[in-house]
Design a protein around this ligand. Structure first.
Ligand SMILES: O=C(CO)COP(=O)(O)O
Length: 267
């Protein structure tokens, strides 16, 4: 059975986001964003929306650079507190990120789920906090190796999607970005095949269509993440339901990230 929402790929602007993880102090962040800006700010470059997700301590510097020079580079954070304010030492609130002009925030990255015990309820709270502050959440989900070996990747990913979207309204869902990141492909060099990525991304889109409407599903951008590089992005982006990439390691080198973003221009 075909998925009608899949036909609308051309209306979804590709999104390529660099998740810097625990890399780059604010000096290094400025240097990297300047290099990206130099290589991506030609007037006619419009092939993809390019976003960087630096550590919290670099956000102010990136904001100043992007605003001051009107760069065509978006930015956001890697995490947000589920709490609005209070005695939560070390946390960063949605209001603080909004004040820094963040357009995006990751919610539920597998490294947060794994090392900080974030379950679906916490991820759901973070998604809702992001929407409440007009920040677009990039909801990360995906299965580990044992689930993949058992062939349960679709059911597992859909359950994570359902859990994260509780209480999210139709209007909010329209702005949602989902990133399918199979844990076994993150930082391992082992990239999912384009068909693997398409299988789960198509299922996620179909479920968004069931939870909301096919129109909303047709507008939702779904990214793939896990060992994406300039050499493998074209095959992944060719898939009907893959609208972009969430890139870790390859986003830390300006030259490689620019090559990846400009993949269509390579022969
Ligand atoms: O976790 C990722 C992006 O969020 C993927 O990381 P790598 O691209 O380094 O595999």
């Amino acid at each position: 059975m075909g998925n009608p929402a899949s036909t609308a790929k051309s209306v979804r602007k590709p999104l390529i986001a660099g998740n810097w993880k625990l890399h780059n102090n604010h000096f290094e962040a400025i240097a990297l964003v300047q290099k990206l800006a130099f290589a991506l700010n030609d007037a006619d470059f419009d092939a993809a929306e390019v976003v960087v997700l630096p550590p919290f301590t670099s956000l102010r510097s990136v904001q100043t650079l992007v605003d001051g020079d009107k760069l065509k580079i978006g930015y956001g954070a890697q995490d947000v507190s589920q709490h609005e304010k209070g005695a939560y030492t070390g946390e960063i609130s949605g209001a603080m990120l909004a004040k820094l002009g963040c357009s995006y925030v990751l919610a539920g990255h597998s490294e947060r789920r794994q090392y900080h015990n974030e379950d679906d309820a916490i991820v759901n709270a973070k998604v809702r906090v992001a929407f409440a502050h007009d920040i677009t959440p990039i909801l990360c989900l995906g299965e580990g190796l044992d689930v993949r070996k058992a062939g349960d990747q679709v059911a597992y990913s859909l359950a994570q999607l359902d859990g994260a979207l509780k209480g999210v309204t139709e209007e909010q869902a329209r702005r949602l970005v989902v990133a399918y990141e199979p844990v076994w492909a993150i930082g391992t060099g082992e990239v999912a095949t384009p068909e693997d990525a398409q299988e789960v991304c198509a299922a996620l889109r179909a479920r968004i269509g069931e939870l909301y409407t096919p129109e909303t599903a047709g507008e939702t951008r779904i990214l793939y993440g896990g060992s994406v590089k300039s050499g493998n992005i074209a095959g992944i982006m060719a898939q009907t339901d893959v609208d972009g990439a969430l890139v870790g390691g390859a986003s830390l080198q300006a030259e490689e990230f620019v090559k990846l973003v400009r993949f269509r221009e390579q022969s």
